[in-house]
Design a protein around this ligand. Structure first.
Ligand code: ISL
Length: 588
């Protein structure tokens, strides 16, 4: 841990290697956070200029989405130099200043590690593609055309896998007449993790960042790095054009071996770090294995069950959420990782639509549903993540035309589907609900020009509702979404019950009432949230709180404290010793 780090929470956990069990992480997507040089893109100095915002909010960690050199084919998740900062965001000196300023505020800094693939402009790939016998040829996944076909002809790809970004997962490199695998964009060739030289190079780079003072990593699609030998064809599901390779590249045969080797080579002997692995499609059993501390793999994972609930036959053909489905999914994962492993707790990030629009009611109950969702999530067992702007209740953007989109995943999907003859209006309707661009509009700092994000022209439109939804209108304002997030974070810092207590779902009758108890020893915290736009009455009379629940310590002000729950009303009750009021301060 960097010696400059001034801890802000005093609990015994805070100075242990499990400090992240009482921490809250804030995700910055630098491109959309704050622009200091009026080029229309957020940058590191913009982050430095807003560290006070993060300190006021009370977060313990900032996770930076990729800031490395990149041609930006996938907004930086296509890295061409792991040891330099892209000029779009600034310099290594700017990074070092951010690190020092964050640490002086007691905020750790976690980098986004993207090592399932690199950019095709990375030197490693440039060498690898230069010839069949180049020493780095085997650093990537090259294959000849499918037997019996001619390279370049449709169907000649080595297998039938599709890319996450539409089209085949293979591209023909004319120079050597072979195909290379890219699960994402064609400019994101997959690294060959079977090659020990690749693993050693990644480990060395990770140590380089840790030695610079970085406090850990969020690991991009880390569960995809081990592929099934032979790379067999996948099933073509209804509505899809290509085979589903997921069973053959997710949680592959050597994943745990690679993660344990990484832990040995990079983290053994170090303290104060944290690791979280993005693991699309993870099951509870897989998450238990990866996050079981005895196995020394990762501290936690981002699982996707709750953020896939509204995906229909295709991701961009969303279906309505079933009543109580979010609470049921969160409950399943609380119970699933109760004994082994650790949950990351999130509702949004740079790949997901805005939670208040997706899971809440951003029309008739915007503030109430934003604060209700936050209460439901933040008091669970696990490490909460706040995605930039979520603390302000930022909503989905008005994405109506294809020109409103910037995300390569969306743009490619639209091209693929309209080329198949699908109605553009229908395609756009589905995209507007689920698109990653909903989360990538600039952070709304004020009601001024471009929401105070830039003095230039933003790379993506500012949401017009910045006029009313912005930090200046909320920070320090009682009852605001920001102040509710601040209170929830303070509550976590003040309560080992919240950090370490058990979880028990309570049956309140209606599945839309998410009621649960956290207990540690004799102390407990009771959370009751109405995750609906109707007034609901729990099976027990709320006027007479659940027996032994303690006193009301926080509410989101949606209701009148009576026997029923107003739409999106959230209440938190705690027994006397469950919350250290000296640490929590004034909660609401
Ligand atoms: O959210 C998704 C699954 O439906 C995908 O949009 C997303 O691509 C997937 O979760 C993997 O995400 C990560 O890797 C991608 C990058 O585009 C995403 O931004 C990153 O979070 C490739 O690096």
């Amino acid at each position: 841990m960097s010696q400059q780090l001034q801890l802000r929470t005093t609990s015994p956990l805070a100075t242990s290697d499990d400090w992240w069990k009482q921490a809250v992480v804030y995700q910055v997507y630098p491109r959309s956070f704050a622009d200091s040089d009026a080029d229309g893109y957020g940058d590191l100095r913009g982050v430095i200029d807003h560290l006070d915002h993060l300190e006021t909010l009370g977060v313990d960690v900032v996770w930076l989405s990729p800031i490395y050199r990149s041609p930006q084919a996938d907004n930086g998740y296509d890295i061409s130099d792991y040891r330099d900062i892209d000029p779009l965001f600034g310099t290594l000196d700017d990074f070092d200043e951010l690190l020092e300023q964050a640490h002086s505020r007691g905020i750790r800094v976690v980098m986004d590690l993207v090592v399932n693939h690199t950019s095709d402009e990375h030197a490693w790939f440039q060498e690898s593609r230069s010839s069949l016998d180049n020493p780095k040829r085997d650093w990537y996944i090259w294959r000849p055309a499918r037997p019996g076909t001619v390279a370049g002809e449709p169907g000649a790809e080595p297998n039938n896998w599709g890319s996450f970004f539409s089209g085949p997962a293979w591209d023909l490199d004319e120079a050597t007449g072979e195909y290379y695998l890219h699960l994402f964009h064609r400019k994101q060739p997959d690294l060959n993790w079977e090659n020990p030289e690749v693993r050693a190079a990644v480990h060395e780079m990770m140590r380089w960042w840790l030695d610079r003072g970085v406090d850990g990593f969020r690991m991009d699609v880390i569960n995809l790095i081990s592929k099934v030998p032979g790379l067999p064809d996948g099933e073509v599901h209804p509505g899809e054009l290509f085979g589903d390779g997921f069973p053959f590249y997710a949680f592959g045969p050597r994943l745990h071996e690679f993660l344990q080797e990484m832990h040995r080579e990079v983290f053994d002997g170090r303290h104060g770090f944290m690791t979280v692995g993005e693991a699309p499609g993870a099951t509870i059993d897989q998450a238990r294995l990866v996050t079981d501390p005895a196995r020394r793999e990762l501290d936690m994972v981002f699982q996707f069950e709750h953020v896939d609930l509204d995906h229909g036959e295709l991701k961009y053909r969303p279906v309505p959420l079933e009543r109580g489905a979010l609470a049921a999914s969160l409950t399943k994962w609380q119970e699933g990782l109760a004994e082994h492993g650790w949950n990351s707790l999130y509702l949004g990030n740079h790949d997901q639509p805005r939670p208040v629009s997706r899971f809440g009611d951003d029309r008739d109950h915007w503030r109430e549903s934003a604060t209700a969702l936050a209460t439901a999530l933040h008091l669970l067992r696990g490490t909460p993540y706040v995605y930039q702007g979520e603390e302000l209740g930022m909503t989905n953007a008005p994405l109506t035309r294809i020109d409103d989109y910037r995300d390569v995943e969306a743009v490619n999907y639209y091209a693929e589907r309209t080329a198949l003859g699908e109605d553009p209006t229908e395609v756009l309707a589905g995209m507007s609900v689920i698109s990653r661009d909903n989360a990538r509009t600039p952070v709304q700092w004020s009601d001024g020009p471009e929401a105070g994000f830039t003095a230039g022209t933003p790379w993506i439109e500012v949401n017009p509702n910045a006029a009313s939804i912005n930090a200046a209108a909320q920070v320090g304002v009682e009852g605001s979404v920001f102040e509710h997030y601040r209170a929830l974070i303070a509550l976590r810092h003040a309560s080992e019950v919240i950090a370490l207590g058990d979880f028990e779902r309570l049956d309140a009758g209606d599945p839309a009432i998410f009621a649960y108890r956290r207990a540690l020893g004799e102390e407990s915290v009771l959370v009751i949230v109405n995750l609906s736009s109707e007034r609901l009455t729990p099976v027990w009379a709320l006027g007479d709180p659940v027996p032994g629940a303690g006193e009301l310590v926080l509410s989101n002000g949606a209701g009148d404290g009576g026997g029923s729950l107003a739409p999106w009303e959230a209440r938190v009750l705690a027994t006397p010793g469950a919350v250290d009021r000296d640490v929590a301060g004034a909660l609401d």
